[in-house]
Write a protein that binds this ligand. Structure first.
Ligand code: ZN
Length: 416
């Protein structure tokens, strides 16, 4: 934390952060779901959510308002709850086993292994696995799936401790975790220590280029410290004895990269796909500050169009509900200033969230079965990245003339 007169410093290169990407005001921590008693006690305290871009390394980042231990040690999100995410993990395992000829003598390590949703597929194929995750409350679920789990934050110290025990990985998966590392340099420094000489690390992360192009400001929240481009990540790799050699563009989370990295001295050859992506980012100007400056006004436009939709719906006496109590929905609702008088209910499949309130907006979370009782006229799908799956599952809202609504990158009403 810093006072207003001194700019914060880049979490990677230490340069002062003087350029705003977007200032989203003050919002509660996006994963701090509340009981009614928590709400009465004001446990959804708001913290500044201000994303800045570093002029030295082009890492887009938000301040860390609280120690990460407070955020991650009792993490409410169990990866296995989304059907499409489990399927994504299964296909990843299949592809990596084939491409890198993983065998019963290999070792696959996953950083932020959660409940073992991914490693279970390698385990089922007879390949030894090890999960690393700081959340003590998810480790028992992983162990029950046959996934041994080290309860720890990953970084240089954890990698050294594992290496001293003889742990050397042929594949290290770091999917959707790089952005959540508060000390990104220390985090990435652990990989070269953990990899076999020709081992491979894969990093999946939402691509900043898509965040900018599609105005995905709702993917910005306190627990998500960094917003990553190839430009920034390759600078971090260069400082931590790693290098990228291949990349795939994935549709997950509104457009992600799967970056393949190895030790700087490994034999993997750089692919043309990687060179093409570097050129694409250069063309978009991600290596100059100008590309980042037009983002904030577009966020304002998205917000205005959603608020106009809500006031029309209200004037027409329509009921509006939300689907999916995900982190991005909380950023979206709180940045728009929406409360339970605008949106009466949020439906979510996670039993751990049902009966609680969304932080800030304090909208009650109900089981999806309640949709048939409440019969909302509009169902705002907050995790827009899962719209295809949700639209198929909830097609029955057509029975009472219900419509789906997507608010990013612009408000659109969709027939079931
Ligand atoms: Zn920097």
């Amino acid at each position: 934390m810093t006072d207003a007169s001194t700019p914060p410093r880049c979490r990677f290169c230490g340069a002062p952060l003087t350029t705003t990407f977007v200032d989203l005001g003050e919002t509660p921590l996006a994963n701090s779901y509340l009981t009614e008693a928590d709400a009465a006690a004001g446990r959804d305290r708001r913290y500044p959510l201000h994303a800045r871009v570093c002029g030295g390394c082009f890492l887009v980042q938000v301040d860390e308002p609280v120690r990460p231990e407070a955020i991650f040690s009792d993490y409410a999100y169990f990866s296995s709850f989304s059907a499409s995410w489990v399927e994504h993990a299964r296909r990843y395992a299949e592809a990596m086993i084939a491409r890198f000829s993983l065998r019963p003598q290999s070792l696959v390590v996953e950083i932020a292994s959660n409940d073992g949703y991914l490693l279970q597929h390698f385990h089922a194929a007879g390949i030894p696995v090890l999960g690393v995750d700081p959340a003590a409350n998810v480790a028992p679920a992983a162990i029950a799936k046959g996934v041994p789990t080290e309860v720890a934050f990953f970084g240089r110290a954890t990698a050294e401790r594992l290496a001293a025990r003889g742990v050397k990985a042929d594949l290290v998966a770091a999917n959707n975790v790089l952005a959540h590392a508060p000390d990104i340099r220390d985090f990435v420094a652990g990989f070269a220590l953990l990899l076999e000489p020709d081992g491979v690390a894969t990093f999946e992360f939402p691509h900043l280029l898509n965040l900018i192009r599609e105005t995905q400001f709702d993917t910005i929240y306190h627990e998500h410290f960094s917003y990553l481009s190839l430009v920034a990540v390759e600078k971090i790799f260069a400082a931590t004895s790693l290098r990228a050699f291949d990349v795939e563009e994935l549709p997950t989370h509104g457009g992600s990269l799967r970056l393949f990295a190895c030790r700087a001295d490994a034999s993997h050859r750089q692919t043309e796909r990687l060179a093409a992506l570097r050129a694409k980012e250069r063309e978009a100007g991600l290596d100059s500050l100008a590309a980042y400056r037009g983002f904030a006004p577009r966020v304002e436009a998205v917000k205005r169009s959603f608020l106009a939709f809500l006031s029309r719906a209200c004037a027409e006496g329509k009921t509006v509900a939300a689907y999916g109590a995900a982190a991005k929905g909380n950023t979206f609702l709180n940045v728009c200033g929406v409360t339970r008088s605008d949106i009466g209910w949020a439906f979510d499949r996670s039993a751990a969230k049902q009966g609680k309130l969304l932080p800030g907006s304090r909208i009650p979370i109900l089981a999806p079965e309640k949709i048939r009782e409440i019969k909302p006229d509009y169902l705002v799908v907050l995790p827009w990245n899962l719209i295809a799956e949700i639209r198929a599952d909830m097609a029955f809202i057509a029975q009472w003339g219900g419509r789906f609504v997507i608010a990013v990158p612009e408000t659109r009403v969709l027939a079931p």
